[in-house]
Design a protein around this ligand. Structure first.
Ligand SMILES: NC(=O)c1ccc[n+]([C@@H]2O[C@H](COP(=O)([O-])OP(=O)(O)OC[C@H]3O[C@@H](n4cnc5c(N)ncnc54)[C@H](O)[C@@H]3O)[C@@H](O)[C@H]2O)c1
Length: 253
């Protein structure tokens, strides 16, 4: 087990990629705090992990609420005495070009996709500094290295996640803390519902993925989880400030 006895937090771990990432970390021996605003989602992931013989607890809160996020992370650190892994994963896409997107939607995107990553990292950092070790993984997207049509709030925030990742990595490398970003391509989870709506339905998105992704298919959550495991474990021990794009080749073309 390559994460034996490590303490991890995964935000947005109640569904999709976050759930698969939490499960693979637990499989490799980490105790995982399954953070999600959905109590049902968090409970499902904890159950999945425990059924497989792993160790997990749920943290039900909204990552955009600074006070509850700080209290949740502080409680976890108090219970376990350390924090080894923070995977900032919860995020959302809000459709629209410059003129279509609601300003409130742009602000919500910023608060969830960027500011919450910033706050969670800030809350774990004093403990990681004391330890002289820690790993932060920020979920960006292939939209952090490409543009998506009529998706200004999403691409802007996902590009910002990459800038923030590089900056944090440079600032904290000497203290033994690594920070990297993950850029998944198309993964078939509830996350894509707004985009499917925007495109006009399921058949349209299937055709889009077949045409736009050189490998011609969606990623499975388990394929993305393997990259998460690489980035949060010592397998990537000499890697910081990097952006891992896992997108079936979409960003190549
Ligand atoms: N699925 C994809 O195709 C894809 C591609 C690239 C990047 N991503 C990124 O992955 C992340 C989520 O994707 P997913 O496919 O795992 O989504 P998902 O919809 O399956 O899961 C997202 C989870 O985040 C939780 N969540 C949402 N807002 C929250 C908040 N404010 N506080 C706490 N929890 C919250 C939801 O309850 C849900 O359980 C996002 O950052 C997204 O940008 C997804």
């Amino acid at each position: 087990m390559i994460l034996k006895d490590r303490i991890a937090i995964v935000t947005g771990a109640g569904s999709g990629i976050g759930q698969a990432g939490a499960a693979i970390m637990a499989r490799e021996g980490a105790h995982v705090a399954v953070l999600d605003r959905s109590a049902d989602g968090a409970a499902e992931t904890v159950e999945l992990i425990r059924t497989a013989g792993g160790s997990a607890e749920s943290l039900v809160l909204d990552v955009t609420d600074d006070e509850t996020l700080e209290a949740g992370i502080a409680g976890l650190i108090a219970r376990h005495g350390r924090i080894d892994i923070l995977h900032n994963h919860a995020g959302a896409q809000i459709a629209g070009d410059l003129e279509q997107v609601e300003v409130a939607g742009f602000d919500r995107s910023w608060n969830l996709n960027v500011r919450a990553h910033f706050m969670a990292a800030r809350f774990v950092m004093p403990t990681m500094k004391l330890q002289g070790s820690g790993v932060i993984l920020n979920t960006s997207s292939s939209s952090g290295v490409l543009y998506d049509r009529e998706m200004i709030a999403y691409t802007t925030t996902k590009h910002a996640v990459i800038a923030m990742t590089r900056q944090m990595a440079g600032d904290y490398a000497r203290l033994g803390i690594r920070v990297n970003a993950l850029c998944p391509g198309w993964v078939d989870t509830p996350f894509n519902a707004p985009f499917i709506g925007q495109m006009g339905g399921r058949a349209a998105i299937e055709a889009y993925v077949r045409e736009k992704v050189p490998m011609g298919r969606w990623a499975s959550v388990d394929e993305i989880a393997e990259s998460i495991l690489f980035l949060v474990s010592d397998r990537s021990s000499y890697m910081t400030g990097q952006i891992l794009v896992v997108d079936g080749g979409e960003a190549v073309v």
